[in-house]
Every structure is written in C-alpha cells, then in structure tokens.
Design a protein around this ligand. Structure first.
Ligand code: C2E
Ligand code: CA
Ligand code: CA
Length: 547
C-alpha cells in the first residue's frame, strides 16, 4: 500500500465510489463532514498521505475544514485534493488560497484521480528527501551542505548584497560528552540551536560539525560586540560555562565559494581561542597575512631541519633549597635565515595543527639524546633532561617503541630522559592518553604532566592518569600576590605532595616565589630566577658550576 487517504464527503455513495477507486493502492478512511475529518487528522496526523475533500457539506464545509487544518497543523504538509461538482467560478481559487494542493472536478475519472494522487505523493516524497539531505537531524537546522546551497543561491540572486557569515564555536565540547554522556551533549546542542533560532531569527542557521554552528545575515552590517552581547550569559542544562567564540567573514558575490567563506569565519574564531578577554574576531588582512606567514613557515621546516637552523636549548631545573641543578628541560629554538630567532610560540601551535610537530619532536628527541650520549662518552656531568611531547604525538601507535629505539641506538640510559605531556591533551581523548602513558612507563620512561592546573581537567586527570611527576603551571606562582592566590597555591602544592607525586614548579621569577617553594619543601623549580633556557655550550658550563 502506498499510504492512507482520507475521503471527506457528506454523500455516502460518493465516499464508496472513491474508496473503490483507491482500493488496492491505498488504505482509506472516511469522514462525512469537516469536523469528523479534523478529528481523524488529529488521530492520524503522521500516517496520513493525502486528503480527498468535498467542498459543499452540511456542518463544517470544505472551506472551513481547510482553514482549520492550516491553523491547527501549519507544518503537517498533508496534501489536500479538492474533489467537487461545484461549478462556482471562484471555488477553485478560494480552495487553493486556503491551502488545497490540487483540484479535481466531477464526475470522477478513476485513472485521473489515481495519477494525480501518485504525482502529488511523489512530489511530497521528493521534498521530504531534500529536507533530509539539507537538514541536520539533531537540531533541525540546515546542515553544512544545505547552508552552502542557501547562501550561494542568495549571493547569486543578488550580486550586490552583502552577507555576513558567522562561525559559532563551542569549546570543551568533547569533554561534555566524555563526562556527562552523549545524550546530555545532544541536549546542549539542541538547546543552543533553539536559542540561536530565537535570538537571530533573520539569519540562515546551520550546524556545521559536532559543536560548530553557522549563521548568515543577509544585508550584512553585523557587529561582533552586538552579537556577543546577545549570546553572553547563556546558561545550559549543565550550568556549565561553555566558552563560545565567534568568527565573522563578510561576503559579496560568488567569486569566493561559500565553503571557503565559512572556513575563513572559522579561522577567525580559532584565532582567539587562547584569549580569555576576546570573544569574537573578524576575518581580515591581519589574519590573512598570518596565514601566509604560517604557510611559509610550514614550507621552511624541512630545509630548517636539514641545515641546522633548529637547536635544542636547555633550561635548568634547580632545587630551591640549595640552588643546585637537578634536571633540565629541552626547548626548541629556530634561527630562521630571514625572520631571525623564533620562539616556539610562533610555530609550535601551528605545527600541532598541521601535524609537522611529529617531525619536529622526533628531531628534538634525537638531538637531546645525542647531547646526552656525548656527555656520557666525554665523562661530562649530566642531569636528567625532559623533552616536550606534543598532544599529536600521543596518537602515534608506537611512540614508546620509536623513542626507545633512538636511546638504544645511541646508548643512553632510559632514566636520563623524561617526557612532558601537556595536561590539555587529556581533553582530546583521555583513554588514548592513558594508553600511551601506560606503554611509555612500561618501556621504562618517566612521564610528567606539563602545565598542571592550566585547564579544568586537572583533578580528573591527576587521579586517573598514572604519571611520575607534574609541572605546576606558572599561573599559580603569578597569583601569589593575593592572599587567596597564595592559599590556593599552597593547598595545591601540599595536595600534590600528599599524593606522593614529585613536582616541578614552572616560571619562577622572583625571590619571593622561590622562598615560597622552599618553605613548602618543593625539590625542583624552573624559571628565570634560576636560569633562562640556554644553548648547549652555555648549559655545559652552567652544569659544571652548579652541580
Ligand atoms: P612549556 O613546556 O611550558 O615550556 C616552558 C616555557 O616557559 C618555555 O617557553 C620557557 O622559556 C618559558 N619560561 C622559562 N622560565 C620562565 C619564567 O621565569 N617566566 C616565564 N614567563 N616563562 C618562562 P618557550 O621555550 O618559549 O616554549 C613555549 C612552549 O612551546 C613550551 O611551553 C612548550 O609547550 C612548547 N615547546 C617548546 N619546545 C618544544 C618542543 O620541542 N616540542 C614541543 N612539542 N613543544 C615545545
Ligand atoms: Ca614543557
Ligand atoms: Ca609547562
């Protein structure tokens, strides 16, 4: 059966004739007037395929029924074919105005009725399929493809029209799913979609990926601050303060594909993720230039590795009680032929995004191992050195094997190297991180959690991940100035001590911070107060003086 058709006619003979015509192809239901029909629609809204409607009936007539149907079920989309012997000239127009889909005159011609029904149902099915293709099933907003199409049509139809495209990014969303489950995550997304719909009713809205929404404002003139004003302070079912960033890209005409415009809006949003004071950004020349520079740096890396532009510098870790060196951290430096000396902040985040960091980290590991081997062979004093391992490395299946092979080849003892993994890697994929750390430790390496306390995953991470040490993020020492900050730092350091986890304090810059650490019995500290990062030769001299 192709569906259920409701026949509405006050004349029982007409109803029977129609039912017989449809028999074999459709299920039928019958109603003798508008009111009865409406009741059947209420009961069977979603299973009705079409309605055949007589116009002239006692009680609620066909016109009144059409009106009531439109009012009560504005979006049900059930096609209504009006079938009547009414010869009034404007009957057809009036019925179509009230939402009827098609019109058939009497006497009944069975093949015509069946053919019209089939066409209408086919059209409806096509529309529904299109709806499914261009809509996001979770939120009912457009999906990415649907959004591209809508905006492209708009830009093509009105070449002079400015359209502002806005990317809305929700941060930490993976963590919501991980901690509260996918159902809660879905509800947060649905609620966000409803709010955007309500707040920005003039925009075309879409959900692009899991936690990224898109808006297009025909006519442009969107101000970042005004948008942010309308979104700030939104709460969600969890009462969590999920960070949101907005990226805006203006469009006109069809020269640039909509997908690229959306990418640009996203790039603008991404450019402010590490800024706490800034919630929106416009894609402009500054961002364009930065992207070009980044592309250039990515192109330059291979040559830099070949020609020795990259170096490992060492920053001592000292015992606050004695000032003696107890270890060091290897930090990359890039002497670029045209850009001068580059700090890691200029290229590490970029290489994490395009995965070139895997190459760079492998180089740094090899470089550090070579230095350690050379000290070992020359009988030069040495201390254990920690090397940074990017969050991207965590996904390397055989990280432990790879790293171990380099040590074995160069004859360096495993306890001379520590791997520093940033705490924020925990947000990406806790299970994977756990697995990688377990394997590294099984292979005999020490693993430290870097930047401890910089994100809100800290305490979870610390109780769930088996690490050999933590590096306290420098922000805790910066907060010592206030009484509350000092109390918090003290508790944190004591708690880490109670758990029996060795700790290094990072970013020690003043005598006051150093004495605070001394007082708490901290055995390892790193920062400008003791020594800055330095090239190998200078570090060797420093070691001789401070061991
Ligand atoms: P990090 O791992 O937290 O490294 C410590 C950073 O703090 C270093 O910055 C260091 O120079 C800086 N620092 C040292 N003492 C002080 C101080 O007293 N005050 C302040 N404010 N900062 C201090 P650097 O060398 O610029 O490195 C920045 C970040 O780049 C590192 O942060 C690390 O995340 C990343 N990085 C550096 N080298 C590598 C590497 O070889 N591989 C990977 N994956 N990342 C690296
Ligand atoms: Ca580090
Ligand atoms: Ca750190």
């Amino acid at each position: 059966m192709a569906g259920t058709v409701l026949i509405v006619d006050d004349n029982p003979v007409n109803r029977t004739v129609l039912a017989n015509i449809l028999k074999g192809e459709y299920e039928t239901l019958q109603a003798a007037d508008g009111a009865e029909a409406l009741e059947l629609v209420r009961q069977r809204t979603s299973s009705l395929s079409a309605i055949l409607l007589d116009l002239i009936m006692p009680g609620m007539d066909g016109y009144a029924f059409l009106e009531a149907l439109g009012r009560e079920f504005p979006r049900a989309g059930i096609p209504v074919i009006v079938v009547t012997g009414d010869t009034e000239a404007d009957a057809e127009v009036r019925a179509l105005d009230l939402g009827a889909t098609d019109f058939l005159g009497k006497p009944y011609r069975p093949r015509v009725i069946l053919a019209r029904l089939k066409n209408i149902l086919q059209l409806r099915e096509n529309a529904a399929r299109l709806h499914r293709v261009e809509r996001d099933s979770l939120t009912g907003l457009y999906n990415q493809e649907g959004f591209y199409q809508q905006v492209e049509t708009l830009l093509r139809r009105e070449p002079g029209l400015e359209v502002d495209i806005v990317a809305v990014d929700i941060g930490n969303f993976k963590l919501v799913n991980a901690l509260y489950g996918v159902n809660v995550g879905d509800e947060v997304l649905r609620q966000t979609a409803r709010r955007l719909q309500k707040q920005f009713s003039r925009a075309i809205l879409a959900r692009r990926t899991a936690d990224q929404f898109l808006m297009a404002f025909p006519g442009g003139g969107v101000g970042g601050e005004e948008l942010w004003d309308q979104i700030r302070g939104w709460t969600n079912p969890l009462g969590l303060n999920l960070p949101v960033r907005l990226g805006i890209c203006a469009a006109r005409g069809t020269a640039v594909p909509v997908s690229v415009l959306c990418d640009n809006a996203k790039i603008a949003a991404d450019s402010i993720w590490n800024r706490y004071d800034c919630h929106w950004a416009v894609y402009d020349d500054a961002i364009r230039t930065r992207l070009e520079t980044e592309q250039q740096l990515a192109d330059d890396l291979e040559a830099a590795l070949q020609t020795g532009q990259l170096e490992a510098w060492y920053q001592p870790k000292c015992d606050p009680a004695t000032g003696k060196v107890v270890g060091a951290e290897a930090l990359v430096r890039w002497n670029h032929p045209t850009r001068g000396s580059l700090s890691p902040d200029a290229f590490v985040p970029l290489f994490e995004r395009n995965r070139l960091i895997l190459k760079l980290d492998r180089f740094m590991w090899e470089r550090t191992c070579r230095d350690l081997a050379a000290w070992q062979q020359a009988g030069h004093p040495a201390v254990p050195v920690s090397v940074n391992v990017s969050r991207v490395d965590v996904y390397q299946r055989d990280l432990a094997g790879q790293r171990g092979a380099v040590l074995d080849r160069l004859g360096v003892r495993r306890d001379m190297l520590t791997l520093e993994i940033t705490e924020s890697a925990y947000c990406d994929d806790p299970a994977q991180l756990n697995d990688t750390i377990r394997r590294l430790r099984q292979a005999g390496f020490r693993v430290e959690m870097d930047d401890f306390g910089s994100g809100w995953s800290s305490l979870n991470a610390l109780t769930e991940l088996p690490v050999d040490g933590v590096k306290l993020d420098r922000k805790f020492l910066q907060d010592l100035e206030t009484e509350q900050g000092e109390r918090f730092a003290r508790h944190l350091v004591e708690m880490i001590g109670d758990l029996g986890i060795p700790m290094t304090a990072e970013g020690v810059e003043s005598a006051r911070q150093a004495s605070f650490l001394r007082e708490l019995g901290c055995r390892s500290a790193q920062g400008l107060y003791y020594a800055p990062p330095m090239p190998r030769e200078r570090f060797e001299a420093y070691l001789l003086e401070h061991l």
